[in-house]
Design a protein around this ligand. Structure first.
Ligand code: SF4
Ligand code: SF4
Ligand code: SF4
Length: 204
């Protein structure tokens, strides 16, 4: 992760709360959407583990008060994620059309969307695990679909001692030690740091 990553969570509070009085803050979400779309082409879900304000918020704010339970497997299923993506895009499209192009109202649509999704992320993060929302977040799903095969984690089998410290360090609760593609890896690098034998690297 980047040095700035732990500090980005404050932006979630600023947009979700201050945005109710200053709707133009909602346009920050467009910057987020554009950035994650571009980075996903080259690095899959790298944005989620390094630049996403809500990802940072989940890890470093919710992480302090979570119950840290296992994330239910069905939440990773595309049978859940694709319909949720379609529903949220449809809802946002409907709300945007009803603004009739008024700049402040458009900003408010983004602010409300941020507030709603942040509320779900907080409840899921506290009651299950900090990154629960990130297993089915529509923006995470988009990055998975665009660049899920890019910038994959590689394991040197000859160095692995099967300690599974990598699994325990993974905020997405992936089976890191299983040497297979991980399209939902958010490229945070925590497993690499946790591995005592330096068996893990990213395939550039
Ligand atoms: S899954 Fe969504 S909320 Fe989580 S880090 Fe990625 S874009 Fe941000
Ligand atoms: S597999 Fe490693 S880099 Fe990927 S999300 Fe898990 S800990 Fe982070
Ligand atoms: S932490 Fe390293 S050595 Fe341990 S299981 Fe994971 S890859 Fe293997």
């Amino acid at each position: 992760m980047l040095k700035i990553t732990p500090h980005l969570g404050i932006l979630v509070i600023i947009v979700s709360i201050a945005g109710l009085w200053f709707p133009l803050l909602g346009y920050f979400l467009l910057v987020v959407f554009a950035t994650l779309m571009i980075t996903s082409i080259f690095r899959g879900r790298w944005f989620c583990g390094n630049l996403c304000p809500r990802g940072s918020f989940n890890d470093f704010w919710i992480g302090k008060i979570t119950r840290n339970k296992k994330i239910p497997g069905f939440l990773r299923s595309f049978w859940i994620r694709i319909p949720l993506f379609a529903m949220m895009m449809g809802f946002m499209g409907y709300r945007l059309l009803s603004t009739e192009g008024v700049i402040n109202q458009i900003g408010m649509v983004f602010v409300i969307m941020c507030l709603m999704t942040t509320s779900i992320a907080i409840v899921a993060g506290i009651s299950i695990s900090p990154r629960t929302w990130c297993t089915f977040c529509p923006m995470g799903t988009v990055q998975n679909l665009i660049g899920g095969t890019r910038y994959q984690l590689q394991m040197d089998n000859s160095k692995c001692v099967s300690c599974k410290k990598c699994d325990k360090s993974c905020p997405m609760q992936l089976e890191v030690h299983a040497n297979e593609r991980k399209p939902d890896c958010i490229k945070c690098g925590r497993c690499i740091t946790a591995c005592p034998t330096k068996a893990l690297t990213f395939n550039t």
